[in-house]
Design a protein around this ligand. Structure first.
Ligand code: C5P
Length: 405
């Protein structure tokens, strides 16, 4: 009989950097393995000054990875393969130096390179002297990593190796194991067996074979939602307008150009859809006639009138369907955000609407960040300005809470 532990089948890449807390990594590895995890270890060169690779190899049961340029190691599990292998990368201890290198995006040795290459979540467990932890540079570096969606676990407070007392201790091995267990259990499997369809990006409405009407949507918010929803266990279908983004791992992507194509693709899959999130910036109107050939300038005529006709409202039609899923809309507004959002919630018969003020600099369209106010018929939730992936996570938590009611 095989025993199922909390981390059975989970693949954990433990990245150790050079701090005194590295001596606890042997214990940490044992406790992760007690819970059924497969642990592979990457050490920085300075980590090896604090705990030997031989010890770590013995407790993990695998050879230690420590060299980016070692052809023998690359012939085994190469660095990209290792980066893809991990379900989570746990950096413990993460020194001030490692944190600064991650913030800068350096790929100066194997561990930092893996952190850039991995599609998986990265958890950072800071460990350093309290003054170093409180230094403005370290604080800023940690907040940038958090904004990018890295998980920051710790530090704890208490006596330090140098004799100071304060914040900067690495969390104890058992606390870190509890964080890893929580990470896999609580928010991350909540959408198991749930089918989520997400529309993303702009639509393009052709005028002729070379011109179209469109908008500034980059698709980043919808793609972030797709990536995070998949990590939370959902089967995700992403219906995307023309964007320049790579498809998140294990997400089914359907590419469309026009609102009519997006409408058709959205309605076709409704019998197997539990949650529909309309993140796309759909063109409200399309040219009535698409010229077969490129439209030419007319000599002596200074104006041109285009007749536009209304596109179908995709989410409103989804919400009318007999197989109606839980419907989440977006409202990008430049003023009176709450008022317009609530009106759309009602008019389109939605369960939730996520509104953002696209007139504010640095958020919304074509930006890396977003802030949302989310409304149901009775409640309001505010998600502060953050990296779109962090915002996607919080929005999906809200969707989950409302969906399961
Ligand atoms: O454009 P509007 O502000 O009405 O968009 C609100 C919501 O409706 C968004 O979720 C958007 O994706 C969706 N929408 C749609 N089909 C349209 C227009 C908007 O699904 N034709």
């Amino acid at each position: 009989m095989s025993v199922i532990h909390a981390l059975t089948g989970k693949k954990i890449l433990l990245g150790i950097s050079g701090g005194i807390a590295a001596y606890k990594c042997a214990e940490l590895t044992r406790r992760l393995k007690d819970q059924g995890a497969d642990v592979r270890i990457v050490m920085t060169s300075s980590a090896k000054e604090f705990i030997t690779p031989l010890t770590m190899q013995a407790v993990s049961g695998h050879a230690i990875a420590d060299d980016l340029l070692d052809p023998n190691a690359e012939a085994g599990m190469g660095h990209i393969e290792l980066a893809k292998w991990a379900d989570i990368v746990l950096l413990a201890p993460a020194t001030a130096n490692l944190i600064a290198r991650l913030r800068a995006g350096l790929a100066d040795e194997l561990l930092t390179t893996l952190c850039l290459a991995t599609p998986s979540p990265i958890a950072v467990s800071p460990a350093m002297n309290m003054e170093m932890y409180q230094a403005a540079a370290t604080q800023e570096n940690i907040s940038v990593l958090a904004l990018r969606g890295l998980l920051i676990w710790g530090p704890g407070e208490g006596p330090q190796a140098c004799g100071d007392i304060g914040p900067g201790r690495m969390l104890e091995p058992q606390q870190l194991v509890a964080r890893v267990v929580d990470f896999f259990n609580v928010p991350h499997a909540v959408f198991a067996d749930v089918n989520i369809t997400i529309t993303a990006g702009p639509t393009q409405e052709a005028l002729d074979p070379v011109r179209y009407i469109s908008n500034h949507s980059s698709g980043k918010m919808g793609f972030s939602l797709a990536e995070v929803a998949q990590k939370m266990g959902a089967n995700v279908t992403l219906i995307s307008g023309p964007v320049n983004l790579t498809t998140p791992t294990n997400v089914k992507r359907i590419d469309v150009k026009t609102a009519l194509e997006m409408h058709k693709a959205s309605l076709e899959n409704l019998n197997s859809c539990d949650i529909f999130i309309a993140c796309a910036a759909v063109a409200d109107y399309r040219p009535e006639v698409v010229a077969q050939h490129k439209m030419k300038k007319q000599q002596g005529i200074d104006d041109l009138t285009l007749k536009l006709v209304k596109n179908p409202d995709i989410i409103a039609d989804v919400a009318k369907d007999k197989n109606r899923p839980f419907c989440v809309g977006f409202a990008a507004e430049t003023k009176d955000v709450e008022c317009y959002a609530k009106d759309k919630l009602k008019r389109k018969n939605l369960d939730l609407i996520a509104a953002n003020d696209v007139a504010k600099a640095g958020q919304g369209f074509n930006s890396e960040k977003n802030a949302l106010s989310v409304f149901s018929a009775q409640q309001r939730f505010d998600i502060k300005l953050a990296d779109k992936k962090a915002v996607a996570h919080q929005l999906l938590e809200i969707i989950y809470q409302q969906y399961k009611q």
